[in-house]
Write a protein that binds this ligand. Structure first.
Ligand code: PLP
Length: 359
């Protein structure tokens, strides 16, 4: 069997969730959209269900996958609904939904509900992607409040640059949000923070936080924060050396001959490539872990294979374990070397089997 695999440490996932929840000080919606950022939504939701206050997914299809697997915890549709046909399913499966556009308010007004609904009304506080503008927000709130079957309205917004610790944008978004919610009934539950805001912007911690990436042990904060040091990597992407080659000085390796040896070099060929989700444009020198010791990628990454420098790893050979990212090698570090991001690498995991580990 091809040795490439992704091990998923469910204890680390639970640890990160507890850390996020404790930091937030209120309730925490575990974001498991995009198949739990590549970690497997059903397995992750099952691991977190006993303690999670709720789950966040992108859409109805993702929510139904969890309900069909027996997950009974509240689930929020972060992108809301896309057409009126979805409303019956949302109601039947007791899902919570974001409302972020006036047309969605129109649609809810035409709906005949038989059960109470919980709606998270999203304000565009400056990201300018989804959400109602500050001028649209209060009128939309009043229209939803007038529907007798809506029993809870949560005020929410989302940050554009919370991972930039010295950027003024996040403080500005918090101020826009606070001005909008000051017009709402006292005690209205609020939710602002994604992972980055939860770790770096204490002023944005309110009733609900919405951690995603940090649950999986990664972050993109642009400066050190103790809150991020406590995270544990959940996924280990690893494979093995399947062939070894000794090259003289001046030899080229792989497609395009982009790497030329500058010393006699032992090259290890690893069964793992961009079709598994490893970044195709990871540059020579990108870190890898060779039998537990720091090493480097050399040559261009191909679809099914990549090459590493074994010259300084004389004990390593065919069968050696190569960690491509994981507890010893943050996925964000690999992403930074490959014009990518930890979000993209984790959600882009493909083809490799996932193995779940828990104590
Ligand atoms: C994806 C998402 C999150 C989680 O974001 P992270 O940066 O992964 O923590 C939170 N809120 C909303 C609305 C989202 O779409």
């Amino acid at each position: 069997m091809r040795p490439a695999r992704a091990s998923i440490d469910l204890d680390a996932l639970r640890h990160n969730y507890r850390h996020a929840r404790a930091l937030g000080g209120g309730r925490a919606l575990a974001v498991v959209k995009a198949d739990a950022y590549g970690h497997g939504a059903v397995a992750c939701a099952r691991a977190l269900e006993p303690e999670a206050d709720g789950f966040g997914v992108a859409c109805l299809e993702e929510a139904l996958e969890l309900r069909e697997a027996g997950i009974r915890t509240p689930i929020l549709l972060l992108e809301g609904f896309f057409d009126a046909y979805e409303l019956a399913s949302i109601e039947r499966h007791e899902l919570w939904t974001v409302v972020a556009s006036p047309w969605q308010v129109d649609m809810l007004e035409r709906h005949h509900a038989t059960r109470p609904w919980r709606v998270w009304l999203k304000l565009d506080s400056g990201m300018h992607r989804l959400g109602l503008s500050p001028a649209e927000y209060l009128p939309a709130w009043r229209r939803l409040q007038a529907l007798p079957w809506i029993d809870t309205l949560v005020a929410m917004t989302h940050f554009a640059r919370a991972d930039e610790l010295s950027h003024a944008g996040t403080g500005g978004q918090i101020a826009v949000f606070d001005a909008a919610v000051s017009q709402l009934p006292a005690g209205t539950p609020a939710s602002l923070s994604n992972s980055a805001a939860l770790m770096a912007w204490p002023a944005a911690r309110r009733d609900w936080v919405r951690p995603g990436l940090m649950l999986y042990g990664s972050h993109m904060l642009d400066a050190p924060r103790a809150e991020a040091d406590a995270l544990r990597a959940v996924m280990t992407l690893e494979s093995q050396v399947i062939s070894v080659r000794e090259l003289d000085v001046g030899q080229q390796i792989g497609y395009g001959g982009t790497f030329t040896t500058t010393r006699p070099t032992r090259v290890g060929v690893v069964a793992g490539g961009y079709a598994d989700g490893y970044p195709q444009y990871a540059s020579a020198g990108t870190p890898v872990v060779i039998d537990g010791r720091a090493g480097e990628l050399i040559g261009r990454v191909s679809m099914d294979m990549l090459t590493v420098d074994l010259t300084d790893h004389p004990q390593a050979g065919v069968g050696s374990t190569i960690e491509l990212w994981g507890p010893r090698l943050p996925v964000a570090e690999v992403a930074a070397r490959g014009a990518s991001s930890p979000y993209r690498l984790l959600t882009g995991l493909k083809r490799v089997p996932r193995r779940y580990i828990c104590a």
